[in-house]
Design a protein around this ligand. Sequence first.
Ligand SMILES: [Zn+2]
Length: 294
Amino acid sequence: MQDYIIRATAADDTIRAFASTTRQMVEDARCAHDTTPVCTAALGRLLTGGIMFGSMLKEDKALVTLQIRSDGPAGGITVTADSHYHAKGYVNNPHVQIPLKPNGKLDVSGAIGSGTLTVIRDIGLKEPYVGTIQMPSGEIAEDLTLYFAESEQIPSSVGLGVLVDRDWSVKQAGGFLLQLMPGARDEVIDILEKRIAEVSSVTDMLEKGMLPEDILESLIGSFGLQISEKHEVSFACNCSKERIERALISIGPKDVREMIDEGRPVEVGCQFCGKKYRFDVEDLKRILAFQQKR
Ligand SMILES: [Zn+2]
């Protein structure tokens, strides 16, 4: 099934909601970075969150980057999503393996550790909008929930889930985001809080065969759910040899000269998607000449 996201409202537009399936997107990320299960889960959750952040962007060329800087063995995670339902991302140490939690689940917070979550929204203005929080859990969904409350003053509930199969492929992935808009009535908030506390995990719902529509129906169906948009989502990178070349230019002439002195082509991988670009000695000489002209 193709991954997709839906956008909806309920309770006379005082609830804004998103839900998505992202199995293929997370599987593509896993294959791009050869991640271990705990890193697949961590990256997959942040990618799924990223897709929902990205779908709130209105501007054509807008980008949102979610950046975790933390002290756990997996190191940080970076995800970038655009306003066209594409996301890309990477884990600093994608091959980390740590024991499961006592309940048999992947220990995402153990792999991430403690640190900060930064959200950078670039909507084409001179300065991007940047908000940072101290992560309360490292489980990502709770961290994004707190980000919305603290940084944007929007009461929200985020649910994210990635289920990794025995052969390390991605079996299920998806998530939801509910937000209370100004004017939400107290009784709506009370019922919603109760519903969110009762609801099973996102992976359980997906394992039962529930679609994003069903997930929102189970959460806010009684408030007059209205689905307004549905879009395909995917893991996609916009890298090119020119972009990677710009990164090489920025590392400085000393390193480029060393590569030239080695006398053989170098392969430089894109951080976000792992695609390899080959630069032969002639390319490197051209880059060095450009650096020296600056
Ligand atoms: Zn790339």
